[in-house]
Design a protein around this ligand. Structure first.
Ligand SMILES: [Zn+2]
Length: 442
């Protein structure tokens, strides 16, 4: 729906960036936040043609920013496309996402990145920031043209899906990306330690005879990369942290004042290896991701780290795979689960369980990731910020039944009833998603 101006009224505005929390109306005009005020709708200041969205009982927050999404296009359109993935984002309340570069081809040259941005302009319904590759073809042997990629619009650099194994290459990537003011998004994994593992190693994995992955596969690589960030002066962002060991390493880095940030994914702070259905290889495929689900102690440590600032952002690592690909059982299925459309309820659960206050939660979903990327006009409801807004109904509940906007259904949460739903998603003042059972916009 297109309108000159959109008034979101009577909601509980929570804007960690400005510190604002209270019942307010939010006016978005010309694609920007024009005003946040009390009882706006009663005043005569409303521009003619303003569309009103009633948000009573809802939270009105800066549009959510997801630092880690696999849109699969180009090359993996059977699993997801820019169109379907951004529709899933809109449904999940995400107004800006970082698209990971493990596509075919990989955006590893300025020309390829420009072609990708054309597809994004054509098909995306939310803001998509493309992440470029660190190395040619993500093959890990030669650095890509990071400077040219930055000029072509790269938001960050990553070989996500695989690590940059060669430490000299990683050091130089951090140095050059740092000079460009862009972070390297680190898929911290030691491929030798991972080996052929499919789930975290544990007594249960050994009983099931499924090859295990040790926690050190992540923590050892995160430690190496933090050390390289220190040597190079570059900015490192550790992706999808899954274990307590890595959190200890991150705490050290932050104590040292290093420019290191980190994210955690809802599946890692909600589930543990105890939730994996070891009796059914086929169902377990939807619990298979990299890094793998950790111990209950790891899960609890992630929750504490979201609260205490060791982690800077919640990111989904939305990794769609077509049903056929996941149907072949846990040993052969590809790694990854979808996450965009369950992001809000799984995150809200932390507030309900009093792990986090609601303001801290919203910070982890908006201002926190905006800082990681150095985005000044996003993650905020200050006047003049981009008109990206998410309206959340914390009391609504819905059952995850596999009816996703995503083209894939590989979610470990299918069959669960989750509380907290996205009511509306607004991108640059345009309503890109609206949940019908919450009353219609007028
Ligand atoms: Zn990754």
């Amino acid at each position: 729906m297109k309108a000159d101006a959109l008034l979101i009224r009577n909601g509980l505005v929570i804007d960690p960036d400005s510190g604002m929390e209270g019942l307010r109306d939010v006016l978005v005009r010309g694609g920007k936040v024009a005003a946040v005020a009390r009882d706006f709708s009663r005043s005569s200041r409303l521009p003619p043609g303003t569309v009103t969205l009633e948000a009573r009982g809802c939270w009105v927050v800066p549009g959510l920013i997801d630092l880690h999404v696999h849109l699969r296009e180009p090359g993996g359109e059977q699993s997801e496309t820019i169109a379907s993935g951004t529709r899933a984002a809109a449904r999940g309340g995400v107004t800006t996402l970082v698209a990971m570069p493990n596509t075919r081809p990989v955006p590893d040259t300025p020309a390829r990145l420009r072609r990708l941005r054309e597809r994004i302009r054509r098909d995306a319904v939310v803001n998509v920031l493309p992440c470029a590759a660190v190395t040619d073809g993500q093959a890990g042997s030669r650095l890509a043209d990071l400077e040219g990629l930055a000029r072509a619009g790269a938001a960050a650099f990553s070989d996500d899906g695989r690590p940059v194994s060669d430490p000299r290459l990683m050091e130089e990537a951090l140095f050059r990306a740092g000079r460009l003011g862009l972070p390297v998004l680190d898929h911290a994994e030691d491929p030798v330690l991972t080996g052929v593992g499919v789930v975290r190693e544990s007594p249960a994995s050994r009983r099931a005879r499924w090859p295990g992955i040790p926690a050190e596969s992540e923590s050892a690589m995160a430690l190496r990369d933090i050390a390289l960030a220190r040597r190079s002066g570059g900015r490192l962002h550790v992706c999808h942290v899954s274990c307590a060991q890595t959190l200890a390493v991150l705490r050290w880095a932050k104590c040292e004042g290093l420019p290191v940030t980190a994210e955690a994914a809802p599946h890692h702070f909600t589930l543990s290896l105890d939730d994996i259905p070891y009796g059914s290889s086929r169902r377990a495929a939807d619990f298979k991701m990299k890094p793998p689900l950790g111990t209950p102690a790891d899960r609890d440590a992630l929750q504490a780290a979201l609260a205490d600032g060791t982690l800077d952002a919640i990111a989904t690592d939305h990794a769609p795979h077509a049903p056929e690909a996941k149907a072949c059982g846990v040993l052969r299925a590809p790694f990854g689960v979808i996450g965009l459309e369950t992001l809000v309820p799984l995150s809200l659960e932390l507030v309900r369980r009093k792990v986090l206050g609601r303001r801290r939660l919203i910070e982890l979903l908006s201002a926190g990731p905006a800082r990681v990327l150095g985005l000044r006009a996003k993650g905020s409801l200050r006047r003049g910020a981009d008109g990206d807004v998410t309206v959340i109904d914390p009391a609504a509940s819905f059952s995850v039944d596999g009816d996703f906007a995503s083209a894939s259904r590989n979610s470990p949460f299918i069959g669960r009833v989750l509380r907290g739903a996205v009511r509306a998603t607004v991108v640059a003042g345009r309503l890109v998603y609206f949940r019908k059972d919450g009353g219609r916009p007028r």
